[in-house]
Design a protein around this ligand. Structure first.
Ligand code: BG6
Ligand code: MG
Length: 216
């Protein structure tokens, strides 16, 4: 039985993956190395600090911790400029309808995001009221693929992990769901998300009846 759905934010509910990519790319440009969209796949779902470490590894740079903190801040400042202008037009296809459908069917809804900017995005897009619980990067101590974010979400909704379904666009997020003992739906391509229980191209391809069928 499905009692709760837990959603990643960036790349599942809203199209913010592009802003993360642009902001990281600008940072790499400034540091003098090439950062491709393919490189960016490795950053998806990963915390800001961990993302920076991967980026620096790609650029072959070794940088002192204090300097790293400044770089992470520089990237985040650019990212915050982008998301400040967001509105409901940037909600991904099918996402809002599916959130509503969950509620209509008595399924609780939680956010499980690594981002410390989640509240800004939810408020700017008008999505905050659709969540029964919100767990983001300000509540967690361990980043995906650690299951913490989803376990906290399940706890907040009073649902056991075996009654939870996670929606994720990142490999690290699918791994986190699996480690939490939850059913996982990959949003994106089956190649990158092969570890998910099922994969759909977007939430426009998902419904509660389809979810119940695949969960059974
Ligand atoms: C995740 C994104 O949702 O949040 C990552 O997929 C990002 O790319 C991470 O690094 C942390 O986000 P923020 O907004 O706290 O830097
Ligand atoms: Mg994501």
């Amino acid at each position: 039985e499905i009692k709760a759905c837990l959603f990643d934010l960036d790349g599942v509910i809203v199209d913010t993956a592009k802003y993360h990519y642009i902001a990281w790319k600008e940072l790499a440009d400034g540091l003098g190395f090439l950062f491709t969209e393919q490189d960016n796949e490795r950053l998806k779902g990963v915390s800001r600090t961990a993302s920076l470490n991967i980026l620096l590894e790609i650029g072959g740079l070794t940088i002192a911790e204090e300097e790293k903190a400044k770089l992470a801040e520089q990237k985040n400042n650019r990212y915050v400029e982008y998301i400040a202008k967001m509105d409901s037009s940037e909600i991904l296809p099918g996402a809002l309808d599916f959130l509503k459908e969950c509620r209509t069917n008595g399924i609780k809804v939680a956010l499980g995001s690594a981002s410390k900017n989640a509240m800004t995005i939810l408020n700017n897009t008008g999505l905050t009221p659709y969540f029964d619980a919100i767990i983001d990067g300000t509540h967690t101590s361990a980043a995906k693929p650690d299951p913490e974010v989803f376990l906290l979400g399940a706890k907040a909704l009073d649902a056991a992990p075996e009654h939870c379904v996670v929606f994720e666009d990142a490999e690290a997020g699918i791994e986190a769901a699996t480690r939490a003992g939850m059913f996982s739906i990959g949003i994106g391509s089956p190649e990158t998300l092969s570890a998910a229980n099922i994969v759909v191209p977007s939430l426009a391809h998902m419904s509660v009846s389809m979810l119940k069928e695949s969960f059974a």
